[in-house]
Design a protein around this ligand. Structure first.
Ligand code: FES
Length: 103
């Protein structure tokens, strides 16, 4: 079962960094890269840094605390000290809005 939820305007996104959204109590970061939108949990699994404060390079988000990295497409940890993945969320863009499946 899916639970598509409108979380942001597509026009609010920009390349190079994420933006935070908090639908239904979740803490999620949205990213724009190569014209595609991606969503992951916003909290780094290494500490309590917000990935929306980090730096997006290609499909990797760099944590602002210790410069670990995650792949925004899968949530996989790609650079130490990050080893635990973050959750990635299904995204669709419709009618100029960004929707996440929170199911
Ligand atoms: Fe993110 Fe340490 S808190 S790399």
């Amino acid at each position: 079962m899916s639970n598509w939820t409108d979380v942001a305007a597509e026009a609010d996104l920009f390349e190079g960094a994420g933006i935070p959204v908090a639908p239904a109590g979740h803490d999620i970061a949205l990213y724009l890269q190569d014209g595609q939108v991606f969503a992951t949990d916003n909290l780094c699994t290494h500490g309590h840094a917000k990935l929306c404060d980090g730096f997006l390079e290609g499909f990797e988000i760099e944590c602002p605390f210790h410069q670990g990295r995650f792949d925004i497409r899968s949530g996989a940890a790609t650079l130490a000290p990050c080893t635990e993945p973050i959750r990635s969320w299904p995204v669709k863009v419709e009618g100029g809005r960004v929707w996440l499946d929170l199911a």
